[in-house]
Write a protein that binds this ligand. Structure first.
Ligand code: 4EZ
Length: 231
């Protein structure tokens, strides 16, 4: 079995490269892919660069070029519910694109014909995450994560998104990775640690907590990899 682990920014995968070490770098489609072997399992690690298009390319390359059969995403997100604070971990049950809008034609937000508003994450991987959390005494929340090509730092926009999609957190890559993986039949898992509250202080909070929150998420994903490999 070959695993993919991706983030969007260098900071989101650095703790992974440090942990797994000794990687081979492959440049493809204007991006770098880091190949490692961990306990006999091939793992491809990459950061996509920010946004839906970049993350779609990277997920697609990891699956179609490198042959990855499961994909784990690790990164940070803005909280849009009161129960999530900086440093908290949230796993996506399902994901939607909050900036996809053909509502002028009477369609729901996030919907396009022949698509669906929500893309479901793999239940088996979520189950593994819950076991890891239980064993290690980590507080892992789950919820709907929504994605758009915008850094949300506005309470009105944030509240509209939270209400429209019943979302817990938002970011800029999860739903596009979800669409890609579901289209290609590859089980995926999206984990995020909170870096900000998508409000007027979001950019400052993001800058302050990007590294620490990214590490919280990456450390959890490493434990999941152990569990996936040992299973
Ligand atoms: C995108 N990522 C942010 C990238 C910001 C600055 C150079 C996660 C994220 C996020 N996305 C954390 N907080 C967010 C927010 N409030 N809105 C959107 O995945 C790059």
């Amino acid at each position: 079995m070959k695993l993919a682990i991706m983030g969007a920014m260098p900071e989101e995968i650095e703790p992974l490269l440090e942990f797994f070490g000794g990687y081979e770098t492959v440049v493809y489609a204007s991006n770098k892919y880091y190949k490692v072997n961990y306990k006999g399992t091939d793992i491809v690690i990459a950061y996509s660069k920010i946004g839906k298009v970049n993350s779609t390319i990277t997920a697609s390359v990891m699956i179609q070029k490198f042959g990855c059969e499961k994909l784990l995403f690790s990164g940070v997100a803005g909280a849009v519910c009161d129960t999530l604070k900086v440093g908290d971990l949230v796993v996506a049950t399902k994901l939607a694109q909050h900036d996809l809008d053909i509502s002028a034609f009477g369609h729901p937000y996030g919907y396009v014909p022949e698509g669906s508003v929500f893309e479901e994450a793999d239940k088996g991987l979520i189950e593994i995450a819950k076991e890891v959390a239980k064993e290690k005494g980590i507080d892992l929340k789950d919820g709907i994560i929504v994605t758009g090509d915008q850094f949300v730092c506005d309470v009105e926009r944030k509240n509209w998104i939270a209400k429209t999609f019943e979302a817990s957190a938002l970011e800029m890559e999860g739903a596009s990775v979800a669409v890609t993986c579901n289209a290609l039949g590859v089980p995926f898992f999206i984990l995020r640690a909170i870096s900000d509250a998508a409000d007027m202080d979001a950019s400052f909070s993001f800058d302050e907590f990007l590294e620490t929150s990214a590490k919280v998420s990456a450390d959890f994903v490493i434990r999941m990899v152990d569990k996936i490999i040992d299973a």
